[in-house]
Design a protein around this ligand. Structure first.
Ligand code: BGC
Length: 748
């Protein structure tokens, strides 16, 4: 009976959503008919806040605002000028902008976009969560959803309804300065976490005062730059593009992402902003994306000034818009408006393309409720800074913590241990949060909330000031943080050294690096710490895996904390002291050296290392720590794998079960990961591919049977004809150290 009620309810809801979209489309079509070319081109123009504000942060320049909105009719504004603003400041900014829009002929509201990457970056006191790379370590999509929901609420409370997130770029190049924004090297994790975030951003429809439009980015393969430097060329065969970089976007389109941002770079010599193939043929036609396509920063003019594929600025505009761009993040001037108008008048861009783009932008505004009320909403404001967000940020940071090494169970530390906390990250807040934290670069600690803790603070809270000594000072780069003589002296009467190394915050190109190795001065500090003879626990706060191969053997314990947001320090302390049993798992293969960049889903010929002709070893995959690595304070044991059948056929399903036991003496969470491997296929099969995971909680001594259901789509790959296929044959299914074999046949 109940089910029937739900079904009818669901049907009515679906019909009403459909009807609303229908009405929205009708409204948009009617509006479009009334619009002049200027008004249309203006809608496609997005400028940065700096264009309409005074040098003082958060203060609009009325004349500049009038010029942008009345004269150039801009449809969208983005960004902060320098640093985060208060909720009140944002609300004032939004109100003045919408007041100005209300004075235009058609009163079309402006859509404002911000980068709420791991929490609402640009609002003071917003709750920051772990970066995507750390979220991926948690293997908990519910946490990705919670973080996205809080971000949406805090954005909307600030009067902003468009978030430039999530990043769906696959992190297969650890040198890349935006690696921390990715969900790591695996496609399935990227799809799962990314779609969880998108659903949460847009939950219950965009009119809802707790929702924002999401923006999947940066389409496509931005992360695969050959040099690892930001915005440098990508050379990628299409088979690889489709296997590792496109599926996340395909899944995100299905999950209902409203907008998409384009990769600033070039693939095989073609800038993506000029690629009709990728933007129209693949994205629109094949993936069925109907939302708004926005450029990244200044990327249209760069077709002329940087990529040299457009001989003039106007040719650049025509090229991008004809390829499929709907909105240009110009963002420093109105050149796009002027040039696009000219291009249309000269017949270089058809009016149908303009109407198509503007229609999509207006429909987005309509779906977001901007036509009903473009102003900051009272109901939304109440959702800023709710107390439970802090607890949620702590849970996310806890679940991200990845324990890489724990020799002789050095961890957890005794509750009366006397420790020395040292290293450049020990008294840093920015090195715990990373990019997009109250400023773009995240480095300026003046803007962090007053209650933000450093690792020294959190450990002092737990152990008492008498038991915590530190040689660290504020300022990641302060020479005192690298003083190994002071460190040795301070270590004289402590039981252990907690050495906090890694990376200070950076974002985009300023994070480019020539070398993945942890800087030598930090390694020297680690050697000095080990030289004291005291056990050293290395805490790494870093956005990407900096090489630690030389110092790792000297460390008794290694905790990878990533950049885990507002509660990183508390989570580090909780794990070190045993108040939280760590359960994070590496979302990437931690490389051993620059010459060892093999990823977990390696091919058979990467699995082997040829010594001489047919003489070879099987250690081709030889990272310092493998993908999925992560220790616990309890012991997890697996029973044998149980398959529902030895055969999977056609559209059938195969159940895979395993009994997991917490056979240690502490309660804890644990992620069960299921991999498959095809024995033979038309394209060299990967040694393993992650197909599913589940995170469970078990009390000490408890067991649980975890089941997965596979179908043929879980075994699919991109073949030489660029088609996603599942080929018949034998497969291994692998969980932990257990393995079973089954076969797949297309027909019974
Ligand atoms: C970044 C984007 C970001 C945009 C707006 C660009 O530099 O690549 O990820 O959304 O700026 O801030």
């Amino acid at each position: 009976m109940k089910k029937g009620v739900y079904l009818i309810g669901g049907l009515l809801f679906a019909l009403s959503v459909h009807a609303q979209t229908g009405t929205g489309k009708t409204k948009v079509a009617a509006l479009l008919k009334q619009m002049t070319l200027d008004e249309k081109v203006g809608q496609m123009t997005q400028v940065t806040l700096g264009v309409v504000s005074t040098p003082e942060d958060g203060v609009l320049n009325p004349a500049a605002l009038t010029k942008a909105v009345q004269e150039y009719k801009v449809g969208s504004i983005l960004n902060a000028t320098d640093h985060a603003l208060s909720v009140d400041q944002w609300q004032k900014v939004q109100t003045l902008i919408q007041d100005e829009a209300a004075r235009t002929r058609l009163k079309i509201p402006v859509i404002y976009g911000l980068d709420g990457i791991h929490g609402q970056t640009y609002t003071l006191d917003a709750t920051l969560f772990p970066q995507n790379i750390a979220m991926a370590a948690s293997r908990n999509p519910e946490l990705a959803a919670i973080a996205a929901k809080v971000t949406a609420r805090e954005l909307r409370a600030s009067g902003v309804r468009w978030n430039f997130a999530p990043v769906l770029d696959c992190g297969r190049q650890p040198l890349w300065s935006r690696f921390p924004e990715t969900y790591g090297e695996d496609v399935y994790i990227g799809k799962t976490m990314g779609t969880a975030a998108i659903r949460a951003y847009e939950e219950d429809g965009l009119k809802n005062t707790t929702a924002v439009a999401s923006c999947m980015k940066h389409y496509l393969a931005y992360s695969a730059s050959r040099t690892g430097k930001d915005r440098t060329p990508i050379y990628l065969p299409e088979i690889e593009l489709r296997e590792y970089y496109l599926p996340q976007f395909r899944a995100a389109v299905k999950a209902g992402a409203s907008t998409l941002m384009v990769n600033s770079s070039e693939i095989n010599g073609e800038p993506v902003h000029a690629s009709k193939y990728l933007l129209t043929d693949v994205l629109r036609k094949e993936l069925g994306f109907e939302g708004v396509i926005v450029t990244d920063w200044e990327d249209i003019i760069r077709l002329h000034t940087r990529h040299n594929v457009a001989p003039t600025p106007r040719a650049a505009v025509a090229m991008a818009v004809n390829a499929g761009i709907d909105m240009s993040m110009v963002p420093m001037d109105f050149s796009f408006f002027v040039l696009l108008k000219e291009a249309v008048q000269k017949g270089e861009v058809p009016m149908s393309r303009i109407d198509d783009a503007v229609g999509r932008i207006l429909l987005l505004k309509e779906k977001l409720g901007l036509f009903d009320n473009p102003y900051p909403e009272k109901a939304a404001a109440a959702n800023f800074g709710r107390p439970e967000y802090q607890q949620q940020a702590l849970q996310a940071a806890h679940e991200a913590m990845t324990l890489l090494k724990n020799e002789q169970d050095i961890l957890p530390l005794r509750s009366n241990a006397k420790i020395l906390v040292a290293g450049p990250a020990a008294r840093s807040i920015s090195a715990l949060n990373g990019c997009w934290s109250y400023t773009w670069q995240g480095k300026d600690e003046r803007w962090y909330p007053s209650g933000s803790k450093t690792i020294v603070d959190a450990l002092t809270d737990r152990l008492g000031a008498a038991n915590v000594r530190t040689t660290a000072v504020k300022g990641f780069d302060s020479p005192a943080n690298y003083d190994s003589i002071a460190l040795k002296a301070a270590a004289a009467d402590v039981d252990a050294i907690v050495l906090c190394l890694g990376e200070n915050a950076y974002a985009e190109s300023p994070g480019n690096t020539m070398d993945l190795a942890l800087p030598e001065e930090q390694q020297a500090l680690a050697r000095a710490a080990a030289g004291t003879g005291k056990p050293v626990i290395l805490v790494l706060t870093e956005g990407r895996p900096r090489l630690i191969t030389g110092i790792a053997p000297l460390m008794k314990g290694i905790l990878l904390a990533y950049w885990s947001g507002r509660k990183t320090a508390e989570a580090v302390s909780d794990v070190l002291m045993g108040d939280y049993n760590p359960d994070g798992r590496l979302p990437y293969s931690y490389p051993r050296s620059m010459g060892e960049m093999v990823l977990y889903d390696r091919k058979p010929s990467e699995e082997i290392r040829e010594i001489f002709n047919s003489d070879m070893t099987m250690n081709g995959y030889y990272p310092l720590y493998p993908f999925g690595w992560g220790l616990s304070y309890t012991r997890w044991t697996y029973g044998d794998l149980q398959l529902g059948s030895g055969k999977l056929t056609g559209n059938g399903k195969l159940t895979v079960s395993i009994t997991v036991t917490n056979s240690g003496d502490r309660d804890g969470k644990h992620t069960v990961e299921l991999f498959t491997r095809q024995h033979y296929a038309s394209i060299t099969p990967s040694m393993r591919r992650l197909r599913a995971f589940k995170k469970i909680f078990l009390k000490a001594g408890q067991s649980e049977t975890v089941s997965f259901t596979l179908d043929r789509s879980d075994l699919a790959f991109v073949n030489a004809k660029l088609k996603t296929v599942t080929e018949p044959g034998e497969f291994d299914v692998l969980i932990g150290d257990k393995k079973a074999v089954f076969s797949y046949a297309a027909m019974p």
